[in-house]
Design a protein around this ligand. Structure first.
Ligand SMILES: *Cc1c(COP(=O)(O)O)cnc(C)c1O
Length: 366
């Protein structure tokens, strides 16, 4: 049996007509840039995320960069974020001219450890950027309390957390703004690159929308030197069609996670979820000994396992100039050596899940 980490073909097959109709409608009206679907998606995804405003962007990375710029991040500033994340989190900071300052993670949730945050704050700290890793919210109240004491804004990297809940409220407006990715493999995925900023701050939303569209205030009137970071209408139309299914897909992901919890009992520890968090299981992550060997064996058995992430950002060559050393963030480093993401997607069958668990059992035995 061959099981991918995420099965985009199965998902397309289940909603083919809706997707094809959405695509054809954009092609026939030819409003490829800033079509009405972009505005509709902004309204509907913001509403889904419990935020007042949404700004469609060309990717999650671009959404992060626009939001950081809107919060005033520039060359003199530091932005504190986690070392256990996708590299785009830190790239967005660097491309604003700012410096990423890394912090270690909590050993159970893999999210930014709020207890280690305050010691990283300096006069140059402009923003704290937690990541809701694997679809599980970070400990926002603790992070907001530290930020509040120092008058620093909190921007959420929610690129993996569409619909995730923190204390009963969906991620989208807990901090100053949240940024989502619609990369194809994310819980809500486009058919190419796309992203969104959600916020309750109208000024921030308007500024981001203007900067994403070349700093335009009217057709040929440009108040600022902006960017071309808009979302294509085609992607917006596809995402609108898929947004109607997001909740049922999230329910399916949670069901499959509970099934894994049950099937894996006694074999490996299932992912920890604090009582205030409701994960959307972008990834289902377990820890195993001899991880690389287990990974290779499962791959050989046709199981599309993943590693998120094998190298924490402070150890990446791209960030060598920041001067971090091995051993500086022991929790993240240990996690990087042992985490293993199992296939999880809404269309997954019990037979497929059982096969994954069987193969994990065999791989652990050696
Ligand atoms: C996917 C992702 C991004 C980047 O999103 P893109 O849409 O691929 O640019 C940023 N941060 C995290 C945590 C991600 O998972």
């Amino acid at each position: 049996m061959k099981i991918p980490l995420c099965d985009l073909k199965a998902q397309y097959a289940s909603i083919q007509k809706e997707i094809d109709d959405a695509i054809h409608s954009v092609i026939s009206n030819t409003n490829f840039i800033q079509g009405q679907e972009c505005r509709l998606l902004e309204q509907q995804f913001a509403a889904y995320s419990g935020a007042q405003h949404g700004v469609a962007a060309s990717s999650g990375t671009d959404a992060l960069q626009l939001a950081l710029l809107a919060l005033g991040v520039g060359a003199d500033h530091e932005v504190i974020t986690t070392t256990l994340t996708f590299t785009a989190t830190a790239e967005a900071i660097s491309h604003c001219g700012g410096t990423p300052v890394f912090v270690d993670v909590d050993p159970r949730t893999y999210n930014m450890d709020p207890a280690k945050l305050e010691s990283k704050i300096t006069k140059r700290t402009k923003v704290i950027m937690p990541v809701h890793l694997y679809g599980q919210p970070a400990d926002m109240d603790a992070i907001l309390a530290v930020a509040g004491r120092h008058g620093i804004a909190v921007l959420e990297d929610a690129c993996q957390a569409h619909g995730a809940e923190y204390k009963g409220k969906r991620i989208g407006s807990v901090g100053a703004a949240a940024c989502f990715s619609f990369y194809p493999g994310k819980n809500l995925g486009a058919y190419g690159d796309a992203g969104m900023i959600t916020t309750n701050d109208k000024k921030l939303a308007d500024w981001c929308a203007m900067m994403a569209d070349h700093g335009r205030t009217e057709k040929y009137s440009h108040d600022y030197i902006g960017y071309g970071k808009r979302m294509d209408t085609l992607q917006a139309a596809i995402l609108l069609a898929k947004l109607r299914h997001l909740e049922e897909w999230t329910v399916a992901r949670r069901d499959h996670a509970a099934t894994y919890d049950r099937l894996l009992a006694g074999l490996v520890e299932s992912p920890y979820q604090p009582e205030w968090a409701k994960s959307v299981y972008h990834q289902y992550v377990v820890r195993v000994p001899n991880r690389d060997q287990v990974f290779d064996r499962m791959k050989a058995a046709g199981v599309g396992v993943g590693i998120h992430y094998p190298i924490p950002l402070h150890m990446q060559p791209a960030y060598r100039s920041l001067g971090y050393r091995k051993g500086e963030f022991p929790v993240a480093e240990k996690a990087s050596d042992s985490v293993l993401s199992l296939p999880l997607f809404p269309e997954m069958t019990l037979e497929q899940q059982s096969y994954v668990v069987e193969q994990l059992r065999a791989a652990l035995k050696g």
